[in-house]
Design a protein around this ligand. Structure first.
Ligand SMILES: [Zn+2]
Length: 286
């Protein structure tokens, strides 16, 4: 607590005044444009690595940035409420948010646990909330990891039954070289190793995009093109952010050289400008 209390004093002496001004500016009209699901890991500082300001973004954090898919969420006789679908409903249906981002990261302890339990099922501890969380929420990711290992490096399909327009393909092949004409991404973290855990990191983020689409409450928003779901990845060793490119079918670093290509792909996929049909306009339309 010493660090926290001393931090509060430093905050009061430095950024507090500016933050209060920002609170005042958005007091009557906060218009966040995205919700980010990311890991609770202490190295993950999403508002810093996106330089978000007050009111820009909702953030939901848990172990392993997982969003339970609808079939595991509950049944008519037994509803198991978790934060993640509730946060989606709050942000998208009530807040008019048009961009949902799932951001994973390297050296994720939750994914390491998921992978360890997959390798050694006997280590599963029924009394461990963490073991239960990663096994239940990461079940689909492990299924896809097995598929990838069994089939080898090839295009994987991530299909959504509830929102077919959101289906996409991914090349999950860390050892593959980018095509010669592809100057877009000089670096791809997933090329560094063929370690299955690295593949698992990647698959887990992409599987969460499918899990989000499994929730019926979002179907109309997704199929009408008002809501878009994105996969991001943060490398805690280099500080680089990656965005999954549906055109390239892989994660591509976001830097000064690639950002325009990312933006043009997003503009083509998400044609409505933020300020043209944002939360206010959408709320009125509903
Ligand atoms: Zn993590």
């Amino acid at each position: 607590m010493n660090k926290i209390l001393r931090g509060v004093i430093k905050y009061r002496q430095t950024i507090r005044e500016d933050l209060v001004k920002q609170f005042e500016e958005i007091k009557n009209n906060p218009q966040p444009t995205s919700v980010m699901f990311t890991c609770m890991d202490s190295r993950m500082l999403p508002t810093r690595f996106t330089q978000s300001r007050v009111g820009d973004m909702f953030v939901v954090r848990n172990a392993g940035n997982m969003i339970p898919e609808a079939p595991t969420y509950g049944t008519s006789s037994e509803v198991s409420v978790t934060t993640e679908p509730a946060a989606l409903e709050l942000a998208v249906k009530r807040g008019g948010i048009r961009h949902v981002v799932v951001c994973g990261h390297s050296d994720c302890k939750a994914i390491n646990t998921l992978y360890r339990l997959h390798q050694c099922p006997k280590e599963f501890d029924p009394s461990s909330p963490m073991d239960n969380w990663v096994r239940r929420s990461g079940y689909s990711s492990i299924k896809r990891l097995n598929e990838r290992i069994h089939r080898g490096p090839s295009i994987m399909k991530f299909d959504s039954e509830v929102a077919p327009s959101q289906s996409f393909e991914a090349i999950i092949d860390p050892m593959d070289k980018l095509s010669a004409e592809d100057k877009l991404s000089q670096v791809n973290i997933f090329q560094q190793t063929d370690n299955p855990v690295f593949i698992c990191f990647q698959i887990n983020v992409l599987q969460q995009l499918v899990n989000i689409c499994s929730h019926q409450i979002l179907q109309e928003h997704l199929e009408s093109g008002r809501l878009h779901i994105h996969g991001m990845w943060f490398d805690v060793y280099t500080g680089d952010d990656y965005l999954f490119s549906k055109d390239k079918k892989r994660f591509v670093v976001i830097d000064e050289k690639t950002v325009d290509k990312h933006l043009s792909e997003l503009n083509a996929r998400c044609p409505l400008p933020e300020d043209q049909d944002g939360p206010v306009a959408f709320a009125k339309a509903k």
